[in-house]
Design a protein. Structure first.
Length: 295
């Protein structure tokens, strides 16, 4: 049985460059060939593989292309290693990432092992960014922002949207309830201690339920979703939360839903970067990976 036919390396290099730069002319300049040569190599590679590697004219990857790109980069990296040369002396692809706290703990970190397996040569340096304020301790290559967007001066892609609904601990529901499984009237709200957070304002819930009340001005307040949910689990009162961020608390039973209704949140998570940053392959790889992972 004949061994499988390996695609020509010039086709693989063209694919990697085009996936990273998203520009035929940019890939052609990097490879010192003509744009038509790049296009020809991509067609040749797709024909041999029997796969469509790019999904749209902006050269975003198809699911097959994204999966194959990870293997191509590993192969090209292996071929670039010279026998007898210390691998530790090779330059490290260091990616500085600023993330909001609860998003990092509940959404990003559980998935991050998949990125490390696909790109073992990328060294991640992570720092905390403050939601809504868009503040971070140090300069970052990529940044998760939480807000309404769009943000001036940066390129961005929305990676996560969610709904909101009220939750509390089972003990607090027994103490202040029953709320009849709705928590959608002014009378229900009046019986409860509301936990406040600028990240999930109560006005969103009040407006959807037709409750004529202003944003509460009293009660415990938190600027971190994880701390707010811990406080609700400890019996502080009723919190408004996003199910994707609160999954651990809900699945464990520390928090219970007070209404089947879900209201779209006005805030979203965005992945942002300065123009030109995606010319670095590790930045492009992370943007592609996180967008696919949270699609």
């Amino acid at each position: 049985m004949a061994p499988p036919r390996i695609p020509p390396i010039h086709c693989l290099q063209a694919f990697e460059a085009l996936a990273r730069l998203r520009s035929v002319s940019g890939a052609a300049d990097e490879l010192s060939v003509t744009p038509s040569a790049v296009s020809h190599r991509i067609r040749q590679l797709e024909s041999q593989l029997g796969l469509r590697l790019f999904a749209r004219q902006d050269f975003s990857l198809s699911p097959d292309g994204a999966a194959y790109l990870a293997q191509v980069r590993l192969g090209l990296q292996a071929l670039a290693q010279v026998p007898g040369r210390d691998a530790a002396a090779l330059p490290v692809a260091r990616l500085r990432l600023a993330v909001t706290p609860t998003f990092s703990r509940q959404i990003l970190l559980p998935r991050l092992a998949a990125f490390r397996r696909a790109y073992p040569d990328v060294e991640l340096v992570m720092q905390v960014a403050i939601p809504l304020a868009d503040l971070k301790a140090e300069e970052a290559d990529l940044e998760i922002r939480f807000g309404t967007g769009p943000y001036p001066g940066v390129e961005q892609v929305r990676v996560l949207s969610d709904t909101v609904f009220p939750v509390c601990s089972p003990e607090y529901e027994a103490e202040a309830g029953p709320f009849d499984g709705r928590f959608e009237t002014a009378a229900d709200v009046a019986r409860a201690r509301l936990i406040r957070s600028p990240l999930v304002p109560w006005g969103v819930w009040f407006q959807a339920c037709g409750i004529a009340l202003p944003e509460p001005r009293e009660g415990a307040q938190f600027n971190d979703v994880g701390l707010m949910l811990d406080a609700a689990a400890a019996g502080f009162g009723v919190a408004l939360t996003r199910p994707k961020l609160a999954a651990d608390w809900l699945d464990s039973g520390r928090l219970v839903r007070l209404s089947p209704r879900e209201v779209p949140s006005p805030f979203h998570h965005f992945l942002c970067w300065k123009p030109g940053m995606l010319a670095r392959w590790e930045c492009q790889a992370f943007v592609d990976w996180l967008t696919r992972s949270l699609a």
